[in-house]
Design a protein around this ligand. Structure first.
Ligand code: PMP
Length: 341
């Protein structure tokens, strides 16, 4: 790889993972704060998960858990699958992705286009059922001797954020970071950042953005999960359990964000700041704006755009979908202006 004043020249696409740019929020009301967004959407696979895709595969290589040309298995239809399939294709590994059958066709097409062997399994069964997607992946790994990545208990996941994401944020802002707002899917990002900043800059506050219905916000704010788990439409964050790699002990505060608030924030992010992010970026931005507006003095705050918004164009960016979900008010019948504009 070669750095030039005009931009880097990479020897292969995997070198372009990480070192993502930051953009300062300029049009939205950030109270007394400066808010910076780290554009994880500019990773080659389109999300923050590229970082752990390469890190988990390289950790397995080092530990001798995969042979050249060997097979990797993961249970996911999300960004982790896309990241692992991208890295596997570049490194010459075969990859099996076990996908619950409710997942969007686009994701399945994208995984297949990357060369992944996609196995569909039932979405209507829970943990412990033989057809639950994580159990299918674990069984296939045992039967075939393939390497089961399992991001929820793979230590290389938070480690990647401690080694890469944390130092990048610290370096990009010359060590002057008052708060970081992140979501939790596997918990890799928030745990890795907690560990890095806990050692390097312990005054930096780590704040959780959680979709309403997920158990994590209560766990942070009240010390215990709620009695019931709800459901939410935001993709990639929020949990009904606490994954093994999730360490919330450094997280100072959590914001519960509704789907409506998340989608509205993502739509504003595009219209006002020109950034096309996914739904979890909306949740994180909504929480970051709340945090910023609550402050009495100027703080430097960092939040994430975790993935690209293209896969949500027919959902939260589509007014008709928003009307159907009840998140936007449908215009009166005789007013068809928005149909022709
Ligand atoms: N946003 C999106 C869109 C994601 O796919 C994920 C991972 N599921 C996250 C945020 C959260 O990242 P982590 O797994 O590191 O908690």
């Amino acid at each position: 790889m070669r750095e030039t004043p005009y931009g880097p020249v990479y020897d292969n696409i995997l070198q372009s993972i990480g070192k993502t740019p930051m953009v300062k929020v300029s049009a939205l009301d950030t109270g007394p704060c400066e808010l910076y967004l780290k554009l994880e959407s500019s990773n080659p696979g389109g999300s923050i998960k590229d970082r752990i895709g390469i890190a988990m595969i390289e950790a397995a290589e080092e530990a001798g858990k995969i042979e050249p040309g060997g097979t990797i298995i993961e249970a996911t239809a999300g960004n982790t699958g896309l990241a692992l399939a991208l890295v596997a294709a570049q490194k010459g590994y075969k990859i099996i992705i076990v996908v619950p059958d409710k997942m969007a066709q686009e994701k399945i097409f994208h995984l297949k286009a990357l060369g992944a062997d996609v196995r569909l399994t039932r979405s209507d069964v829970g943990k412990g059922h033989p057809e639950y997607y994580q159990d299918v992946a674990a069984r296939l790994a045992e039967e075939t001797g393939a390497f089961y990545v399992n991001q929820f208990s793979n230590e290389a996941n938070p480690q990647a954020h401690e080694d890469m994401t944390g130092p990048e944020i610290y370096g990009q802002l010359d060590g002057d970071v008052d708060a970081i707002i992140a979501g939790v899917g596997s918990g890799g990002t928030i745990s890795g950042l907690s560990h890095f900043f806990g050692k390097k800059s312990p005054d930096t506050e780590i704040i959780l953005a959680d979709p309403e219905g997920s158990i994590l916000a209560d766990f942070v704010n009240k010390g215990a999960p709620p009695n019931a788990v709800g459901s939410w439409l935001v993709e990639g964050i929020g949990e009904d359990f606490i994954p093994d790699v999730t360490d919330l002990s450094h997280v100072k505060k959590a914001y519960d964000i509704t789907d409506k608030e998340s989608f509205e924030a993502a739509r504003e992010l595009l219209r006002k700041e020109g950034i096309l992010g996914g739904s979890s970026s909306g949740t994180i931005l909504a929480a970051a704006l709340k945090y910023c507006r609550e402050q009495k003095e100027k703080k430097r705050v960092v939040a994430f755009v975790c993935d690209r918004g293209e896969k949500y164009l027919s959902k939260m960016f589509n007014d008709y979908w928003m009307y159907d979900q009840g998140f936007l008010k449908r215009p009166p019948k005789d007013d068809l202006t928005d149909l022709i504009s």
